[in-house]
Design a protein around this ligand. Structure first.
Ligand code: SF4
Length: 364
């Protein structure tokens, strides 16, 4: 998405000025505005968030508060799209910086997925494939899934969603994150070597043979999260050597061997719950985005919490939401200009809503 350059007067404001003006703008907009902050946002954004959460929790919050006309979503593009799909027509969803995409979501586009779907169906002849898309995907992929009787899933409910899909058909076509798909399949008892294949959109038949496509239970899109892919088994071993008694907790977007080596794995909200509810004095090595890990470490001082990766790496696209962009969007709202509104086209919205509602029904 193209982001117009910030006007000059917003480019060199110091932190204190940004903070004060954002607070003043929020006060002026009152209950017409809600600022949503994803857990991976920097602290200088989170301090202005009315609600913090993962993408689905935030989108549901916006939908449950129709009095908020302006939903300023401090997250990435697919999250703002999901909020637009779930909210009413009079609510406007705004992404402060349109360049805040998600590298994983960008690894699968509609053209590629349609092409894969066609190639798979030319081979499987009579078998049923159910598409499952991770919520970290573009709205038009959610619409594709809605149109083909599949479901959306989150990292929390992926096992339930995939189990449901396997009850509806012979195979699951899971995109865009191969790791969440593989980890979910393994958790449900499937063999990653004999029952799962990876679909590379840049190769004929996704880089597979006809036989492997016919025998696979899981067709996993070749996508990944650039943040969670950084965590390794070596880091886990090192954390254990240096910190006897440490508990290792990772996100299921990590690779299978990392998830297997960890003590626990689960979604962002699961990570938060586990650590928050743990005994004082407990020690946690966490494999997820650094802003969340650092915030937990600062807020829960009775525990030792650190990131598995010493070469700390934030999600670079989440990081594009800078307070100066937030201020620019808010002050424009006060002036009567809605900038950076994310609008999902009606037909796409209708079909995407079907796949999201299916998830809500299946995973209730
Ligand atoms: S952490 Fe990974 S999945 Fe989440 S927004 Fe960043 S690149 Fe996308």
């Amino acid at each position: 998405m193209y982001q117009q350059p910030l006007p000059l007067e917003y480019q060199n404001l110091d932190e204190a000025t940004l903070h004060t003006r954002i607070q003043e703008a929020k006060a002026k907009l009152g209950s017409k505005l809600v600022v949503l902050g994803h857990h991976y946002q920097r602290d200088s954004i989170i301090e202005h968030a009315d609600v913090r959460g993962d993408s689905f929790k935030l989108a549901k919050y916006a939908a449950a508060n129709p009095e908020s006309e302006y939903i300023v979503f401090c997250g990435v593009h697919f999250m703002a799209e999901s909020a637009d799909i779930l909210t009413t027509d009079h609510q406007k969803v705004i992404l402060p910086n349109l360049a805040a995409g998600c590298s994983m979501a960008d690894m699968a586009n509609l053209f590629q997925v349609r092409s894969a779907w066609k190639q798979i169906h030319e081979i499987i002849d009579g078998s049923t494939v159910i598409p499952v898309t991770y919520i970290n995907s573009a709205a038009n992929l959610k619409a594709f899934v809605g149109e083909h009787n599949g479901t959306v899933c989150t990292s929390t409910n992926a096992p339930t969603a995939v189990q449901w899909a396997l009850g509806q058909g012979d195979k699951v076509f899971f995109f865009p994150d191969q790791h969440l798909g593989r980890n979910t399949g393994v958790r449900l008892g499937y063999d990653p070597d004999s029952e799962m294949i990876v679909w590379d959109p840049f190769k004929p038949l996704g880089g597979n043979t006809r036989e492997s496509i016919l025998s696979a239970k899981f067709i996993l899109w070749k996508g990944h999260c650039s943040v969670h892919k950084r965590f390794t088994v070596e880091q886990i071993n090192q954390a254990r050597e240096r910190n006897p008694g440490v508990k290792v907790l990772v996100h299921p977007e990590c690779e299978l061997e990392v998830v297997r080596a960890a003590d626990l794995n689960g979604s962002t909200e699961y990570i938060l719950d586990q650590i928050t509810q743990s005994e004082p004095g407990s020690v946690w090595a966490v494999g997820t985005e650094i802003n969340l890990v650092n915030r937990l470490a600062n807020e829960l001082k009775d525990k030792t919490i650190f990131c598995l990766d010493e070469q700390i790496c934030p999600c670079s696209t989440m990081y594009r939401i800078h307070p100066s962009f937030l201020l620019w969007t808010l002050e424009n709202l006060i002036a009567g200009n809605v900038v950076n509104q994310v609008i999902v086209p009606e037909k796409t919205k209708e079909l995407a809503l079907q796949s999201l509602q299916r998830m809500l029904t299946v995973c209730a």
